[in-house]
Design a protein around this ligand. Structure first.
Ligand code: FAD
Length: 389
């Protein structure tokens, strides 16, 4: 069992639908999408048609009303076939959770309800070239002008670039309003005048998430697209963005770890030597190593599922567990992919092999902010009662 074993009545059919899409749509396209750095259009369309892109949209806006456990489960299932596809879906879901957190009637009608109907994709565009891994320090400038907000600056590494209909962006406080260190979240519609994209980033891994740099040159965003109130950033970061993003990435990299483990188990469980007739996995050291990998995978899964359940229940200590999850999933994905590469021998060490793609994808976990080192430091600070930032 690779997804929560005690599924709620509402989550079980969602997981079944995700598994079917992963098997019939994601898996057959994964290798080509990686090779050609091609955005996973077929899977995203299938998810929308099945209503799964409304995973985190509340029931009263027509969505599936799921929380972190649902996000982890579906991200894991997709990422086990294609990590990039898991990432594209996950970033859409995190964006929709941010919109839903304090949606106005207008935002509900124009964004959440279309997302629930499978007619609208969104994504998160927080990172900037200047602040890099420190995504909570945006430099995009914003100023009010009549009933619009004019924004200028650059966002980097935007997943689903050009494919999403809207982008959750962060900006400095509006000129003349707010204090240093604060920021606002706005919802940017695609193709507004003044917005332009660089060419797609050609990554070592996560090659088909279509990650691009977005330039904003005096782009006018309607006032109605301000998320929450000006200066709401601390609330958004710690209540919505960080928890949902971290659990989305934890689920995604858990899927990568599972895929690597499956490759190793399949190889050592079927490879037989002609000279002895022995199964590779029968060698004690090989069975021992496989057992170690399974233990790490399962321990990571239990940590993630427990954190997701705590997050969904609003447990007071949920954030510490949630902070640990992405780091643990990243460590597990990289280590299990590395070890699987050794266990699979020459069959795994092929330039065009599935395991090679899995290892390249796993490496992105340590680069994506908040990075593994930062998260472990934050867990320690949270345990000591120190401020995270
Ligand atoms: C595949 C992929 C998809 C992405 N998708 C999105 C997206 O959809 N939306 C989005 O907003 N962003 C996205 N990002 C951006 C990402 O989250 C990071 O912000 C970005 O990769 C890091 O920026 P940088 O390269 O400038 O790193 P730098 O800031 O230059 O950091 C370099 C390295 O140093 C480490 N480092 C820095 N300071 C410290 C410290 N104090 N202690 C320990 N280590 C430190 C960093 O962790 C990093 O590994 C994506 C990135 C990747 C790789």
């Amino acid at each position: 069992m690779t997804v929560p074993d005690l599924l709620s009545d509402s989550l079980a059919p969602i997981v079944d639908a995700a598994r079917e899409i992963a098997r019939t749509v994601t898996a057959p396209h994964a290798e080509r999408d990686d090779r050609d750095a091609r955005w996973p259009a077929e899977t995203m369309e299938a998810l929308a048609a099945a209503g799964l892109t409304g995973l985190l949209v509340p029931n009263d806006a027509g969505g599936l009303g799921q929380g972190m456990l649902g996000l982890v489960a579906v991200s894991e299932i997709l990422a086990a076939e294609s990590a990039s596809t898991g990432l594209c879906f996950a970033m859409h879901c995190v964006g929709s959770a941010v919109i839903a957190a304090k949606a106005t009637d207008y935002q509900r009608e124009h964004y959440l309800e279309p997302i629930a109907r499978g007619e609208h994709l969104t994504t998160l565009a927080l990172s900037e070239p200047g602040s890099g891994a420190f995504f909570v320090y945006p430099e995009v400038a914003a100023r009010r002008d009549g009933d619009s907000i004019e924004v200028t600056g650059t966002k980097s590494f935007v997943t689903n670039a050009g494919h999403a209909d809207s982008y959750v962006i962060s900006t400095l406080p509006f000129t003349g309003e707010g204090e240093e260190g604060q920021f606002n979240c706005l919802l940017l519609d695609r193709d507004l005048p003044g917005a332009s994209w660089d060419a797609a980033w050609a990554g070592f891994g996560m090659r088909s998430n279509d990650s691009r740099t977005l330039h904003l040159d005096h782009v006018r965003i309607p006032d109605a697209n301000l998320l929450g109130d000006p200066g709401d950033q601390l609330w958004y970061v710690f209540q919505v963005i960080a928890p949902y993003f971290l659990m989305a990435m934890a689920g995604t990299y858990l899927g990568v770890a599972q895929a690597a483990f499956d490759e190793a188990r399949a190889h050592v469980g079927t490879r037989r030597y002609a000279h002895s007739g022995e199964l590779l996995g029968a060698a004690p050291v090989v069975a021992h190593r496989l057992g170690e990998l399974w233990t790490e995978l399962e321990a990571t899964r239990q940590l993630i599922h427990s954190a997701a359940r705590k997050g969904d229940a609003g447990a007071p200590d949920a954030l510490t567990s949630i902070l640990a999850c992405k780091a643990a999933a990243g460590d597990a994905a990289v280590r299990i992919a590395n070890e699987a590469m050794t266990l699979c021998g020459g069959a795994g060490y092929r330039d065009d092999g599935r395991l090679t793609r899995i290892l390249r994808d796993a490496r992105a976990s340590h680069v994506m902010a908040p990075t593994t080192d930062m998260l472990k430091t934050w867990v320690g600070r949270a345990l000591l009662g120190l401020p995270l930032l």
